[in-house]
Write a protein that binds this ligand. Structure first.
Ligand code: BGC
Length: 761
C-alpha cells in the first residue's frame, strides 16, 4: 500500500523521493533519510505531538484522563494511544491519524499485554516458575499474535523488576528474585513479542520496564522510595533490563522511583550514560503513567521542569502528563532544551513506526475480518494456555502422595476461588473480554471426574470477614454470604467426601499494581474455613491462589497437600483438574522465597553475607544475625518444588578443581528418577565467590537444566563453567574476574545442595 501521508509529505518536501518510503524492506540509510526528511517538514507543534501519548480511555492506571483524543489526533498532537480495546476502535483512530492529520503519521498503539491478550496465560511470576524459556517465548508469541489481531502494535511488557519483598503487589508481574533467571526470561519475552522482524504484522514492539529497581521499593509499598548502591544496581537489579536491551527490545519505560536522588524519568545518568551510551540502547523511551507530572511530588518541580529534565535525560515519549506537548515550546524558547533534543526524540519515535512497518501499511494490524478475530481466544491458543498453566503450578507439600487424586474420589470442593470464573485471569488481564466465561476449578473437576456428581461444591467463606476489606479487593466479583451459613454448607459437603479440596488465598486484585499487603497470612475468613476443614479429619488439599509468596506456617504443618496454582489464566480451571487428577504432573519451582512471616521481609536467597551468620536455625543464638521470635530460614526456599515422582542425585563430579585462566571446567551430576511415574526435575547450579575484593553473595544461580526422566531412568547433567560465570561489577563498575576460591553447589533447590570447591587461576 502506498502511504498517502507520505504523498502529502512528498508534495511539500522535494527532498523526499517516493522510492524512499515505498520500499517494503528499506535499508537503514533509506529509513533514516526518510525519517530525517519527515522531521524536516514538521512544525514544532507536530514534533511535540509525536512525543505525546495521551491516556487511553478503556483503562487508566492513574488518576489522570486526557480529553478528546480524536480531536487531538486530527490536530497532529498525538504520537500514540494505549489501552484501547477493540480493533475497530483502533482502526478508527489510526484512520483519523493517517487521513485527517496534516502529515498523516500513523499511531503507535500500546497496551499492557502482560500475560496474554484474549487468551490469558498464568501471571508472569507463575510463568517464571516454569524455568522454561521456550515456554515463555511461546506465551509472548501468542500474546503478540492476538494483540496484533486486536490492533495493538506495542506492548508494555516485559516487566523484569527484581523483587525481594512479597508485600509488594507487583511482584506478581515479574520473574522473581534472581538476576540470571530474570535475564533469560527477559530475553524470551522480547524474542516472543518482537519475533524476527518488527514489520511482520504478527509482531509487536516490546517495552522493558520499569527501569530501574522499582522492585526494591521500601517496605514493599508501591510507588515508594528506592535507595540503592550503584554496585547493587549493576550486580543484581540491572541484569534483566540489560538482557532485554541485548535481545533488541524496541522500547523501555523508566520507573516511578528515584535513583540516586533523581527520579528515573529525569535521570540522565540512568537513561543516557548507562542505557544508551554504555549498553547501546537505540530504541524509544516512554515514561510511565504521568511520571513527568509526578516529579512535582518528588520535589523536582512542576511539569515544565519535569519535561525539561526528562527530555535532557533521554526520554522520548510522555505518557499522559501532556508536559512535552504543553511545556517544551516555552522551554525551547528559553533555551532550556534544544531543537536537536526534540528532533532526536521524534526520530526515535518515527524510527519505531518505520520498524513496525506502519508507514508501509498503517492498518497492517487493523484487520477487522473474521479471519483475524478468529485468532483471539482460539482453541489452539487455549490448549497452549492449559498446558502452560500446569507447568507453572508449584507442589509445596504432598504427604503420603495424597495427590494425584483418583477420578472416582468424592470431593468436597470449597473456598471462594473454587467457582470464581472472573478471577482466574489474575492481575493485568483487562484485555480479556472473556473473563466471565473462564472455566472454574469446579467446571474443570466436574468434567474430568468419572461422574460430575462426585464433586460437591460450597463456597464456604468470604475472602475477608470484613465486607469493606473484601470489596476493596474483589469489587463485588466474589459473592458475599453469611459467614456461619457458608461454613455450615462447607462442613456438610465435607461430611460425605473422601477428600476436601480448598481453593483459597488471594483474589485476583490482591496482587498487581497498587495491591500491597502488610499481612502475608491467609485472609482471616479463609483461614477459619481451612482450619474447620482440617478439623474434620478428612484429607485436605490446599489449592493456593495468589500473586506473591505468602506465609504458610500453619498450613505447612497441618494441611497434608499444598499446590500453589498462582493465577493460572483463562484455562486455569482445566489445568488444575489435569494436575489434581494426575493427567499432568506439577513442574513449577519457586522463583521467589516464601517467608515464615512478613517480618522477615525483604527475604531472598542471593543476599550478601553477614559477619555473624546464624549457626542454628531452630534455636535463638545471642549476638548472631537472627530474630528472637522467628527462625532466619525461609519456609520454602528459592528453587523449591515437588512433583509426583522423586529424584536422587549422585555425587557431583568436577572435571578439575582448577579452572585455568581463560579456560573452563565441567560439573556433572547423575540424576535418577526414583519414583513410579515420569517427571521433570530442574537441576540447579549455584556459585559462591569465597574471597573477593568486594563482598559477594552467599549464593548465585549460574546455570540450570530441566530434565524429564521416565521412572528408573538416569541422566548425566553437565554444566560448563567459564570465566564469564565468575565475573562481577567492582567498585568502578567494571565487569571483572578475580581468581581465587569458589564454591559450587548443585541440587534441586538453593538449600538442598552438594557443595564442592574449585580454584580459578
Ligand atoms: C504502570 C505501568 C503500565 C502503565 C500503563 C502504570 O501505572 O506502572 O506498568 O504500563 O501504567 O498502563
Amino acid at each position: 500500500m502506498i502511504f498517502n501521508s507520505v504523498n502529502k509529505v512528498v508534495l511539500s518536501v522535494s527532498l523526499l523521493s517516493g522510492l524512499l518510503w515505498q520500499a517494503s524492506a528499506a535499508t537503514i540509510s533509506d529509513r533514516s533519510a526518510f525519517v530525517d526528511s519527515l522531521i524536516g517538514c514538521m512544525t514544532l507543534e507536530e514534533k511535540l505531538g509525536q512525543l505525546n501519548l495521551p491516556a487511553g480511555h478503556d483503562i487508566v492506571t492513574g488518576n489522570v484522563q486526557n480529553g478528546d483524543t480524536k480531536e487531538m489526533i486530527r490536530r497532529g498532537q498525538v504520537g500514540g494511544v494505549f489501552n484501547i480495546k477493540g480493533v475497530g476502535k483502533v482502526k478508527e483512530l489510526q484512520r483519523i491519524a493517517v487521513e485527517e492529520s496534516r502529515l498523516g503519521i500513523p499511531l503507535l498503539v500500546g497496551a499492557d499485554v502482560i500475560h496474554g491478550y484474549e487468551t490469558i496465560f498464568p501471571i508472569p511470576l507463575a510463568l517464571s516458575c516454569s524455568w522454561d524459556t521456550t515456554l515463555v517465548e511461546n506465551v509472548a508469541r501468542i500474546s503478540a499474535i492476538e494483540a496484533a489481531a486486536g490492533g495493538v502494535n506495542w506492548t508494555f511488557s516485559p516487566m523484569v523488576d527484581i523483587a525481594h519483598d512479597a508485600r509488594w503487589g507487583r511482584i506478581a508481574e515479574g520473574n522473581g528474585e534472581d538476576p540470571y533467571l530474570g535475564s533469560l526470561m527477559a530475553k524470551a519475552y522480547v524474542r516472543g513479542y518482537q519475533g524476527g522482524a518488527l514489520d511482520n504484522p504478527e509482531n509487536i514492539m516490546a517495552c522493558v520496564k520499569h527501569f530501574a529497581c522499582y522492585g526494591a521499593t521500601e517496605s514493599g509499598r508501591d510507588y515508594n522510595v528506592v535507595d540503592m548502591s550503584r554496585w547493587n544496581m549493576f550486580n543484581a537489579y540491572f541484569a534483566p533490563y540489560k538482557a532485554a536491551v541485548d535481545a533488541g527490545v524496541g522500547s523501555l519505560m523508566p520507573s516511578f522511583n528515584i535513583i540516586d536522588g533523581v527520579p528515573a524519568t529525569g535521570n540522565r545518568w540512568l537513561l543516557t550514560d548507562v542505557l544508551r551510551n554504555r549498553w547501546g540502547f537505540k530504541g524509544l523511551i516512554v515514561t510511565d503513567y504521568y511520571s513527568i507530572g509526578e516529579m512535582n511530588a518528588l520535589g523536582i518541580g512542576p511539569r515544565r521542569t519535569g519535561a525539561v529534565l526528562a527530555l535532557r535525560a533521554g526520554v522520548d515519549m510522555d505518557m499522559v502528563s501532556h508536559a512535552y506537548l504543553e511545556r517544551l515550546k516555552g522551554a525551547l524558547e528559553d533555551g532550556e532544551v534544544t531543537m536537536d533534543m526534540i528532533d532526536n526524540a521524534v526520530r526515535r519515535i518515527l524510527n519505531a513506526k518505520v520498524s513496525l512497518g506502519l508507514f508501509e501499511d498503517p492498518y497492517s494490524r487493523c484487520d477487522v475480518s473474521d479471519a483475524s478475530s478468529g485468532k483471539l481466544f482460539s482453541a489452539e491458543h487455549r490448549k497452549v494456555a492449559r498446558d502452560v498453566a500446569a507447568k507453572t503450578f508449584v507442589l509445596m507439600k504432598n504427604d503420603n502422595s495424597l495427590l494425584p487424586l483418583k477420578k472416582n474420589a468424592k470431593i468436597a470442593l470449597v473456598g471462594p476461588m473454587a467457582h470464581a470464573r472472573n478471577q482466574m485471569a489474575g492481575t493485568w488481564s483487562f484485555t480479556s473480554s472473556t473473563k466471565d466465561r473462564h472455566r472454574s476449578v469446579l467446571d474443570g473437576l466436574r468434567d474430568a471426574a468419572t461422574d460430575s456428581n462426585l464433586i460437591v461444591y460450597a463456597q464456604g467463606c468470604n475472602i475477608y470477614f470484613d465486607e469493606k476489606k473484601q470489596n476493596a479487593v474483589c469489587k463485588g466479583l466474589i459473592p458475599r454470604g453469611d459467614d456461619k451459613a457458608m461454613l455450615a454448607d462447607a462442613l456438610a459437603a465435607a461430611a460425605d467426601a473422601d477428600v476436601i479440596v480448598a481453593c483459597l488465598g488471594e483474589s485476583a486484585d490482591m496482587s498487581g499494581e497498587s495491591a500491597c499487603r502488610t499481612d502475608l497470612n491467609m485472609p482471616d475468613a479463609q483461614k477459619q474455613l481451612l482450619e474447620a476443614m482440617v478439623a474434620t479429619g478428612k484429607p485436605v488439599v490446599l489449592l493456593l491462589f495468589g500473586g506473591r509468596p505468602v506465609s504458610l506456617c500453619w498450613e505447612k504443618e497441618y494441611v497434608p497437600a499444598i499446590l500453589n496454582v498462582w493465577y493460572g489464566g483463562s484455562e486455569a480451571g482445566d489445568a488444575i483438574a489435569d494436575v489434581l487428577y494426575g493427567d499432568k504432573a506439577p513442574q513449577g519451582r519457586l522463583t521467589t522465597t516464601f517467608p515464615r512471616t512478613v517480618g522477615q521481609m525483604p527475604l531472598y536467597y542471593n543476599h550478601l553475607p553477614t559477619s555473624r551468620p546464624d549457626p542454628e536455625d531452630d534455636v535463638f543464638n545471642l549476638y548472631q544475625s537472627n530474630w528472637i521470635d522467628e527462625r532466619t530460614s525461609p519456609l520454602y526456599p528459592f528453587g523449591y518444588g515437588l512433583t509426583y515422582t522423586t529424584f536422587s542425585y549422585d555425587p557431583v563430579k568436577l572435571s578439575s578443581d582448577k579452572m585455568p585462566k581463560g579456560g573452563a571446567i565441567e560439573a556433572t551430576v547423575k540424576v535418577t528418577n526414583t519414583g513410579k511415574r515420569g517427571g521433570t526435575e530442574v537441576v540447579q547450579l549455584y556459585l559462591r565467590d569465597r574471597y573477593a575484593s568486594f563482598c559477594r553473595p552467599v549464593q548465585e544461580l549460574k546455570h540450570f537444566s530441566r530434565v524429564t526422566l521416565k521412572p528408573g531412568e538416569s541422566r548425566d547433567v553437565t554444566f560448563l563453567l567459564t570465566e564469564e560465570d565468575l565475573k562481577f561489577y567492582n567498585a568502578d563498575l567494571e565487569y571483572v574476574y578475580e581468581p581465587g576460591e569458589f564454591q559450587l553447589m548443585i541440587g534441586p533447590d538453593c538449600q538442598r545442595v552438594e557443595t564442592l570447591t574449585f580454584t580459578a587461576e
